[in-house]
Design a protein around this ligand. Structure first.
Ligand SMILES: *Cc1c(COP(=O)(O)O)cnc(C)c1O
Length: 235
């Protein structure tokens, strides 16, 4: 049951907040529904969740359409890689993008964001632990890109996101999360109004919350194990 799993995740978040001396309201849960169908989202929605994360643009857009009756009550977040030829559908359909790693993508999103919608909420994705993944800004590039993105008219820059390489121990999980938090603090000190640190997945949410996560992105602890990743996602 998704409702039971959600309750367990909320309990983990609450315990981690207590451990970190933080208010439980300071951490927002993003339910990562990638690869699961609209009925799974409906079940989580019925259990009280209103924010969902998708990895693949087309899969997300299809789900948003299938759940159009809930559109006003769900916040949709793109958390997977975004190519420049897919920005229009994202600008038109989603509320947030966590995975922006080039100024050009943010510029296109700003140009394509429809005037009747609120600004698109953005995080910059950063490589903080030598990730093998192609996505993500080098930490040294972040300040310049952040300033340029923050100045775009139809975008609100909210913060930073990372997907560190998985490691087993709590202490080793904290290291990249801490690096991202310190990077965000340096941007805040330089005058950027950022409030979102998007870190923490099913395996490391406690370490992320200890290091200041404000939004944890949780998939399999809520929805169950996913089928193996497709070799070439049709996104
Ligand atoms: C799949 C995914 C998650 C959720 O991961 P789980 O291990 O299922 O909790 C979070 N963030 C991103 C970017 C993802 O692709």
């Amino acid at each position: 049951m998704i409702a039971d799993k959600l309750q367990q995740v909320h309990e983990r978040v609450a315990r981690a907040c207590a451990q970190a001396g933080r208010a439980v309201q300071s951490v927002t849960l993003l339910s990562v529904s990638k690869t699961f169908g609209p009925e799974a989202v409906r079940e989580a929605f019925a259990a009280g969740e209103h924010r969902f994360g998708e990895n693949y643009v087309q899969e997300g857009a299809d789900k948003i359409a299938q759940l159009s009756d809930l559109r006003e009550r769900i916040e949709w977040h793109l958390i997977g890689p975004l190519q420049s030829n897919k920005t229009r559908v994202v600008a038109e359909q989603f509320d947030w993008v966590h995975s922006v790693d080039r100024l050009k993508i943010a510029q296109r999103l700003s140009e394509q964001r429809p005037a009747h919608l609120p600004p698109l909420q953005l995080c910059l994705q950063v490589k903080v632990s030598g990730e093998a993944s192609k996505s993500g800004l080098h930490p040294a590039e972040v300040a310049d890109v952040a300033r340029a993105v923050a100045a775009l008219p139809r975008i609100t820059l909210r913060g930073l996101m990372a997907i560190p390489e998985p490691t087993a121990s709590f202490e080793s999980q904290r290291v990249p999360h801490r690096a991202l938090r310190e990077l965000m603090q340096s941007l805040q000190a330089a005058g950027l109004a950022l409030d979102t640190l998007s870190i923490g997945m099913s395996a490391d949410l406690e370490a992320a919350i200890m290091e200041g996560a404000t939004m944890v992105r949780i998939g399999n602890a809520i929805f169950g194990e996913r089928a193996p990743v497709r070799a070439s996602p049709a996104s």
